[in-house]
Design a protein. Sequence first.
Lengths: 253, 279
Amino acid sequence: MTDAAPALRLEGVDVDLGGRAVLRDAALTVRSGELVVLLGPNGSGKSTLVRAAVGLVPARGTIELFGTPLTRFRDRRRLGYVPQRAGVTSGVPATVREVVLGGRLPRHPVLGLHGRADRRAAEEAVERVGLGDRLRTPFTELSGGQQQRVLIARALCDDPELLVMDEPTAGVDRDHTAQLATTLAGLAAEGVAILLVAHELGPLRPHVERAVVLEHGRVAYTGPCDAAPEEGHQHPHSSDPENLAPVPGEGVW
Amino acid sequence: MMLELLDYPFMQRALVAAVFTGLAAPAIGTYLVQRRLALLGDGLGHIALTGVALGLLTGWAPLLTAVVVAAAGAVLIEVLRRSGRTSGDVALAMLFYGGIAGGVLLTGLAGASAAVLNRFLFGSITTVSSTDVWIVAVLGVVVLALSLGLAPQLFAVCQDEEHARVSGVPVNLYGLLIAVLAAVTITVAMRTVGLLLVSALMVVPVAAAQQATRSFRATHLVAMLLGLLAALGGVTTSFYVDTQPGPTIVMIALAAFVLAALGRVVLGRRRRVQALGSS
């Protein structure tokens, strides 16, 4: 395990869900300071790949974080994860500040409440996504796009060295996607490794180091995004029943 | 008037039990509501009845056998939920029926009457012994200390389990802890509210608090305050009006919910009128 090791490395990763092959021989590497985007049609396995990368679905093959096999990776503070918004439940109201403070858990002692430093970090992270005036607002009172930005703030709040984001721009309007793109570019410039799932590149395009395109659970392309197949043209369309292969746990956006 | 109440040792014990019940039930109930497992307390209350009957049959303290059996039931339901072999509501239903059937069956085998079972089903403050109060106090302190001291982790597990897992939080362990703490709380509340109504004290104060609060922390604390007031108010009222404490406590908690909900509607309407007037 050295710092020269990639922040994230997947090699020959297979995932089966519900007895069905969802990912086959998937490989990708994200190094410090790189912004890598994962593209592909609905059901191609994008979400499954990032969920496997952070240990949320069982996978075969090599998955390493900072040179350490995922199963032995303990330094969770180095990893920030933005799930799809659907995973966040709210039987009891919780404010934006409370949700974002969840991002400080890896450095939290077993017993005790969040301290002043935690609250300051949460406030800074919320400012960063442009919601500084909504700290006390209940999460459920926000629009879908604003909720997504809160989850991004939660991932940023512990200064991660690797950010893994599952459709962070889903439901976010173009202005805020542009703002997010600038934030992510700034983080990459600071040396943060970023892997994100996106349905289209949009304002992210100028900042993306590399695109990885998945098709039918296999990596179909890895390289500069300018040469990547245009989304929505060369890919099977999600509304085409013959090509739609829904992946368990991966929603249709 | 309150001093007269305190002249009776059984009322002193009942009030001490009410304090711990009123605080502990919403303290853990808030997490159950957040996890959308509001009815878990009911299922565990039913299975605790089997524990009570086991105590009657073996001659051991029913409070202790109830806490052991309810905790075992809590672990079982969590394992069933996690393994995905059965859905949460089906697992709960099995606990409901198995718990009641086991409780009545074992009570019959122990030769105890239905009146004995009623003491546990609906609460009976006059029969709370000093030993019971000590057990309730110790278990109550454990529930309060863990549900408040572990608040950041428990909140994270209930709010976004997958994010908590990625953050390195032992999600399965905390899930089990919440279920076991719920089981312990049921035993704490058994003598004051009764097993059939204990879940109400875990859920209703939370629902009432939610009408007026905007944050999880405020909901948690206000629910505990409401639970405390309902438990103390219910025990006191039952002494003067000669009603059963369990239903009295629950009706006071429900009245708090209705008042809070009405207050929310009235305030909301007033705000809308003011907003229209100023625009």
